[in-house]
Design a protein around this ligand. Structure first.
Ligand code: 5GP
Ligand code: ZN
Length: 111
């Protein structure tokens, strides 16, 4: 086991997980910025999208996002964000999709 935080969470205690399957896991962000703020990650260590070279895993991640959204009841009403690389604000060096929902108005509307 490496010392990656999200490898540990994704492959650790299932009680910490909102959802998981063989290849992906979802858990609540520790500092939620929306009423629903879940992180969806591959169980395998992948640094970011630049490091994602397996098309099957890429497809699995998109399907995982859709499944988590459905389970949370936010299908058709969520936003996704990937901070890809330190220069873009990526703090944790394990690929994660921020799935956020539950706000009356998207912050994107005010950009
Ligand atoms: P980034 O800026 O890398 O895209 O976002 C990392 C996210 O991981 C942040 O939203 C932060 O709140 C979340 N985070 C950091 N440490 C932990 C942790 O130990 N547990 C959980 N559940 N989330 C974390
Ligand atoms: Zn990792």
């Amino acid at each position: 086991m490496n010392d990656c935080l999200f490898c540990s969470i994704a492959n650790g205690e299932k009680t910490n997980l909102v959802w998981h399957n063989d290849v992906a896991a979802a858990f609540n962000d520790i500092h939620p910025k929306s009423p629903v703020h879940v992180l969806i990650v591959p169980k395998r260590h992948v640094v970011n999208l630049d490091d994602l070279d397996d098309p099957e895993l890429a497809a699995d991640m998109i399907m995982a996002i859709r499944t988590v959204a459905d389970q949370l009841g936010v299908t058709g009403a969520y936003r996704l964000q990937v901070n890809n690389g330190k220069a873009a604000g990526q703090i944790v060096g394990h690929l994660h999709f921020h799935l956020r929902a539950g706000e009356s108005k998207s912050p994107i509307d005010s950009l």
